[in-house]
Design a protein around this ligand. Sequence first.
Ligand code: OSB
Ligand code: MG
Length: 386
Amino acid sequence: MTAIRIEQIELRHISMPLVAPFETSFGVETEREGLIVTLRGGGLTGWGEVVASRDPGYSAETAKTEWHILNDFIIPNVLGKEFGDVESLEKAYDSVRGHPMAKAGIQAALYDLLAKAGGVSLQTMLDGKGKTVKVGVSVGIQPTTAALVERVGKYIEEGYKRIKIKIKPGRDAQDAKAVRAAFPDIPLQVDANSAYTLDDAEMIKQMDDLNLLLIEQPLSEDDIFDHAKLQPQLKTPICLDESILSARHARWARELGACKIINIKAGRVGGLREAIRIHDYCAGVGVPVWCGGMLETGIGRAANLALASLPNFTLPGDISATKRYWKEDIVAEEFMLNDDGTITVPAGPGIGVTVREGALEKATLRKEAYRAESKRPIAFPGQKKT
Ligand code: OSB
Ligand code: MG
């Protein structure tokens, strides 16, 4: 593969209105904030999404902390350098601890750039297979249990073949039981986003007879140890999301018996490369994985579809149709649900979607350009303050 010199990098802090508020145990999102990274070199452009949001509710990262890490530490080590593979990019920011979402965003942009340079789709570059991937929908906490059952019913009518509901203390067993009673056969799972402790084991066991596919991240985000005490008390598989930040963590979780399934998000684990390492480790030890979501724009969603087409992604991903998230996306292509509950993996070069510069501009709160010649940030005209 030919190496490409990174001549220019652009960073944008964006905010996009969701079609409906998304409530989890850690808060409500009505606008999706995040960062878009653009890498330019060799006459090509690569795009990546940093999935940190406005608040540090899912993890410690926010759009602004990841801006700081990219601006002050990662971009200075990348700008003007040549990269022929993603591993050398990982080495370039090797000295930066943590901040997987910042790393994942710039890495995704390099993947896009390198795939375009090679004239292949990201799916081909990652060794993914198949035209489509199985998907589901993640349903936020609703004002009432009745509203939740109605909302789930609408998604099932739209063709979703796997439902995930968000739960939190006080809105858990009742919600899960009501959805199960209304839809006895639908593949169903719940996601607590770290809302419980081991003391809540009895409460969690109330959901153990609902034939759930999995219970996602019931305990603290940093806690593989207590999940290993909870899993043996349940028939339902625990799936870890927040707790797995690397392939090493995946091995710890499996060796401790903390979970039986792993949710893989490239943003959470520092990039597509580490996501694939986790996938490969899990494939080797018989742990099924699925592709999580972070309410991505079309840029992140396109990359998720390519990732989810790897063979050990055997459970449906949290990759829903564009209209489940956005009235107006920043890519031209609309992702739609196929009749069989799948979404088609983009087949064009790189991530295979076209960024709508006008829509991106409209979503932009702040932007900065970094050029290899000067190595100094050059502000765009009309830059908005955050
Ligand atoms: O825990 O899986 C999660 C969204 C934001 C933050 C965390 C999570 C989620 C989702 C949404 O569940 C999945 C999607 O993008 O549709
Ligand atoms: Mg989750």
